[in-house]
Design a protein around this ligand. Structure first.
Ligand code: C2E
Ligand code: CA
Ligand code: CA
Length: 409
């Protein structure tokens, strides 16, 4: 801490809404919450003019969407193109889907969007969003700059190899029992230290290092499974397989040989298939997936609901597990758009005889919702972060304690 005490700064707020009743209601409410500097404008075009002239400099603008003349989307577009440096809260009666879409639209731009609320907006909810406002000059932790990674470095890392594994637990939602772990690769880079897969998997796929990377992960994951088994811990492992691996001749046989050599049953191994690009039109990946399934490996469709992890894939590939992307999981209890999608995906998995797994379970609220809507397995920070192998036994004991709390004795 520095010597200057942080006094919670109160932002200047501008309300933009064509409905005079709404403006009165909101201004009164905000003043009641202790925000003294509140202005209101009934016309977006007029509000824009005063902002551009510098006559008014609000820190936070609470903006309606449906307004005659200049609507909220046009107003925000104009703000985005202006030097305005404050933050935005959307408040509209147009329904959650429209709010969601407008928020997405703004995410790529330079405006800071604190959040969106449906009218009239409960005082506590508005306050919670306003509290996210960061006064100018307050330095936020800089995002970790991704080091630039070259193909040559990735190829070298694959040769040496410089990989290591972290494991993230999954638990059963009916009983709380530990269901297994997912192996997540990291790169112990000689200069940059520990690197996360998003920084190098794409490059590994492009330069052809992905085959040796996947093989390394597979060999080390099954060896780890065998060590845990010997120690009396049954922890089935899931590994991530890139679509590119599936085009490699005899990938399925290679996987089977690795498992067999380690004395590990295919039923204890799950292959999570992620797709960064559209599935190749060649039949090779499909053939490989069918063979893996015939060999009794579990197959998961990863990140279901995003990118190319679609219904068409589900129809064509004999997946045994449906792993719902975290974008449909965290916060679903309070989100009227993603919650039906989450429930629908779980229902779909169940009707297709597949195991449903929710990833990105970050809070007790997420966890409890998943129990209520009968998802099979859960994975996420609420349960446990990806961790080094040495930390797993302690996590297992700690989870048994938390499990008794969450599920009763
Ligand atoms: P994924 O398969 O979706 O793996 C889960 C990712 O979500 C992990 O990131 C994990 O740390 C993160 N995560 C787990 N729980 C939570 C949570 O509660 N909230 C949030 N916000 N995030 C959570 P990580 O380790 O950075 O991995 C990123 C992606 O890289 C993985 O996404 C996977 O697609 C890929 N990947 C990881 N290991 C391998 C590998 O060995 N081979 C291949 N081909 N891809 C890998
Ligand atoms: Ca995965
Ligand atoms: Ca995912």
């Amino acid at each position: 801490m520095t010597g200057t005490a942080l006094v919670a700064a109160r932002p200047a707020i501008l309300l933009v809404d064509d409905d005079p009743f709404m403006l009165d209601l909101q201004s009164g409410m905000l003043r009641g919450l202790g925000y003294a500097d509140v202005h209101a404008s009934g016309d977006a075009r007029a509000a824009l003019a005063t902002l551009l002239s510098g006559e008014s400099r609000p820190d936070v603008i609470v903006c309606d969407l449906n307004m005659p003349g200049m609507d909220g989307v046009q107003f925000l577009q104009a703000l985005n193109a202006s030097p305005f440096s404050g933050s935005i809260i959307l408040l509209s009666g147009e329904g959650a889907r429209i709010l969601h879409t407008v928020q997405k639209l703004l995410r790529g731009g330079r405006l800071t969007v604190l959040g969106a609320l449906e009218k009239p907006g409960r005082p506590q909810a508005i306050r919670a969003l306003i509290d996210c406002w960061v006064p100018p000059g307050v330095v936020q932790a800089p995002a970790r700059a991704a080091p630039s990674i070259t193909e040559a470095a990735v190829l070298e890392a694959a040769r040496t190899p410089q990989w290591l594994l972290h494991f993230q637990p999954k638990v059963e939602l009916v009983t709380g029992a530990v269901a297994g772990v997912e192996a997540l690769v990291r790169w112990n880079h000689p200069q940059h230290g520990l690197l996360y897969p998003d920084a190098f998997i794409g490059i590994a796929e492009e330069c052809g290092a992905i085959d040796s990377l996947t093989e390394w992960v597979l060999v080390h994951s099954v060896a780890q499974f065998a060590r845990w088994s010997a120690a009396g811990l049954h922890l089935p492992v899931a590994i991530n397989v890139s679509m590119d691996n599936l085009g490699t001749p005899d990938f399925a046989s290679r996987v089977a040989a690795i498992a067999h050599a380690a004395g590990v049953a295919p039923q204890d191994i799950t292959l999570e298939i992620t797709e960064s690009r559209a599935m190749s039109p060649l039949p090779a990946p499909l053939e490989c997936l069918v063979r893996l399934r015939l060999l009794r490996f579990n197959l998961a469709i990863d990140d279901f609901g995003t990118g190319h992890s679609s219904l068409a894939q589900l129809r064509d590939v004999p997946f045994s597990e449906l792993k719902i992307d975290r974008g449909f999981v965290h916060g679903a209890r309070r989100n009227q758009i993603i919650r039906p999608m989450l429930e629908g995906s779980i229902g779909l998995a169940s009707r297709l005889g597949m195991v449903s797994v929710a990833e990105g379970v970050e809070t007790l609220e997420d966890f409890e919702l998943l129990r209520e809507i009968e998802c099979d397995l859960a994975q996420g920070y609420f349960i446990g972060r990806p961790m080094e192998v040495e930390k797993l036994p302690a996590w297992v004991s700690e989870w048994q304690r938390r499990r008794a709390e969450l599920f009763g004795p």
